[in-house]
Ligand binder design. Structure first.
Ligand code: SAM
Length: 333
């Protein structure tokens, strides 16, 4: 058994390790905000970076040393540039980019602070909801299309088949990352994408227009429980990890009515258990997610039971490289 001194040193070491991570995160946020991540996508002389930043050369070299220590930048024949991982992560064609993850981290820190101070549900402003939606759905880029085409869709062939033939309903579309990726892959696709939060729906619409698919992906700012359609859609995707307990049964009832008899419903399992390397982050996400009254880590089997209680039949549990999916069906045809 260690003495109190050794115990305190052990505790201090842990916290100092986390503090170093937090300080690098702060540094990364600032350089990203100031455009360094774009500038350093190309190799630069230290003197060029000094001129770019307006900082003295010694400061620049100290900053670069920290970034190199953490693998953000590398030496390229005496010049400095982003490492290939960070170049891809910070680039415009990233599925979910560095800026999105940094913004979400800031929102999470704020929510954790509130979780300790306030007993009630964790408040999410419209701007915070947009940050969360941007970091969850990601962007419809050439890289995202490649992921869908090569990995995700071959493992869920029912989905591609359906969006080519029938109208598609995206429930809780966020910034419509998946609807826009599908629409840009399949020119035949017609869909209605429903999002509750006006700021998030406005961003989804902006992205649909930018991709030139706003005539085929109709973004509706609406609580899905207000959707009026009956027997209309060939299938639906439900972003279930974002729906509070109090809204789930009604949401499933509305989807069941809105899709045609025989139509399919897809649900994704998220975080059924912590990854061996990510236990801490898992516990933090559970804290915040439950603070929103959203069930955390519901398994595919539990989601299938939830859909069956709402009157769907289970078709199958599909295993994909991006997690397990429940494929359920509205009975009848
Ligand atoms: C973050 S998105 C999921 C990502 C999305 N699948 C994508 O591809 O971009 C989930 C969204 O569901 C929305 N949502 C939650 N409850 C809702 C409801 N009752 N009606 C409509 N949207 C809702 C949330 O506002 C949130 O933006």
């Amino acid at each position: 058994m260690s003495g109190r001194l050794e115990l305190a040193v052990e505790g201090r070491k842990s916290v100092e390790g986390w503090a170093a991570g937090a300080q690098v995160l702060a540094l990364l946020s600032t350089i990203h905000e100031l455009g360094w991540t774009r500038y350093l996508a190309e190799p630069r002389e230290l003197a060029e970076l000094a001129a770019y930043s307006g900082l003295p050369p010694t400061r620049v070299s100290d900053l670069v040393a920290v970034l190199a220590e953490y693998g953000v930048v590398v030496d390229d024949n005496g010049r400095v540039r982003l490492s290939s991982q960070y170049e891809a992560f910070a680039a415009d064609d990233a599925w979910i980019g560095l800026g999105e993850i940094l913004d979400r981290s800031a929102v999470m820190s704020k929510l954790i602070d509130t979780a300790v101070r306030e007993p009630g549900p964790l408040p999410l402003s419209e701007d915070d909801a947009l940050v969360i939606a941007r970091a969850s759905g990601g962007r419809a880029t050439a890289e995202t299309r490649r992921l869908f085409e090569q990995v995700f869709l071959p493992q869920l062939p029912e989905l591609a088949d359906l969006v080519r033939r029938e109208r598609w309903l995206d429930v809780g579309c966020g910034v419509a990352g998946s609807s826009l990726t599908l629409a840009t892959l399949f020119p035949e696709m017609r869909s209605v994408a429903v999002e509750l939060v006006p700021t998030v729906a406005a961003e989804a619409l902006r992205r649909a227009e930018a991709q030139g698919v706003a005539d085929r992906v109709e973004i509706r700012c609406l609580d899905i429980r207000e959707l009026k359609e009956t027997d209309e859609f060939g299938g639906a995707f439900w972003a279930q990890p974002f729906f509070p307990e109090s809204t789930r049964a009604e949401t499933l009832a509305v989807i069941r009515r809105a899709i045609k008899p025989g139509g399919l419903l897809f649900l994704q399992e998220t975080e059924p258990e912590p990854q061996p390397s990510g236990g801490l982050a898992y516990a933090v996400r559970r804290l915040v997610t439950r603070g929103w009254d959203v069930p955390f880590g519901r398994t595919a089997e539990q989601l299938a039971a939830e859909a069956e209680t709402a009157g769907f039949d289970l078709v199958r549990l599909a295993v994909t490289d991006v997690g397990r999916y429940v494929v359920a069906q509205r009975p009848g045809r």
